[in-house]
Design a protein around this ligand. Sequence first.
Ligand code: GN1
Ligand code: MG
Length: 357
Amino acid sequence: MNNLNVIAEQFASGRTITEVAEFGNGNINDTYIVTDATQEKFVLQRINTHVFKQPQRIMQNMRAFTEHVHQRVQKESRMWQSPRVIPAQDGNDFFIDPTGNFWRAISFIQNARSYDTITNLAHAREVGSALGTFQSLISDLPITSLADTLEGFHITPLYLKHYDHVHAQHKRTPSPEVKHAIQFIEDRRTFAFTLENAGLTQRPIHGDPKVNNVMVHNETGKAISIVDLDTVKPGLVHYDIGDCIRSGSNPFGEDAENWETVHYNPEIGSAILEGYLAEAQAFLTAADYEHLFTSVRLLAFELGLRFFTDYLAGDVYFKVKYPEHNLQRALVQFQLTRSIEAHEAEIRNNIKKAISA
Ligand code: GN1
Ligand code: MG
């Protein structure tokens, strides 16, 4: 029996574990799917404590909002599931192994799967609808009931400040791609402040609503859950909608092989927005709508900036599969940003149409 089995047993309430297998392709935490002798499954995760410095806060938030979501789902008879916390043997919401790793377990969403990229426009609507549903289900939680699990998350000016610091210390001669990235950032310095300076209201948000965090039911094709809840915390709903659209509207995905071919697909972007607004219109205000385009452009730019900074810093935040991975990822997001910028008039028009629909 290896270590992972011993750790999984902490959450198995005495059942026999038959398999612990790697699961998904998260950039931060390590995720495993655990199967027991009765074929029941649960998700086991090692939280990256270099990123989430106070992982107990994640569990505290999960307790607070999953209970709330569960109650609303029952009251409103919605077809929606939320992963639930599975306590460890000692009754805690986590287990710290002898080497100090932080582990937690959550329930597995049955009969559903996620996709890395959008498969068709119906899927795009479902992805948008999942985000709108989730935000709506937590919209009545006071932000004071949620801890900050990741300080500075999605605050673009802070990423820019960090970039400046890392860049100033970087001594290697820049390659043409690195020069391109540096110039790309320089040209958008002022833009980086737009959302933070817009005077928008903080609300409970998901934080990471990318396409592959939306679980789609195997038979109905309907979105039934959104997973990866570590960054549910107070923030701007714009971070969410921007991140969801930048993730879904890039047909080649975050790991596109040839970054120069990356582009924004306006039909997908509009379908995600329509699905989102059908749920979110109930709680969005006129001021929120004004900044929708900016949020799509900004979240693509911000992720590129984060990947690029991590490349310069020596890959200390995101997991990488090869040495230039973070640079490639940055170039993909920057190219996507450029394409979003080129489609500005069309996107703004589609936003207007979707709002009045
Ligand atoms: C990270 O670990 P993962 O893949 O769920 C990151 C997100 C990025 C995403 C890009 C806590 O999410 O912000 O959008 O990579 N999560 C954190 O794929 O930084
Ligand atoms: Mg995540």
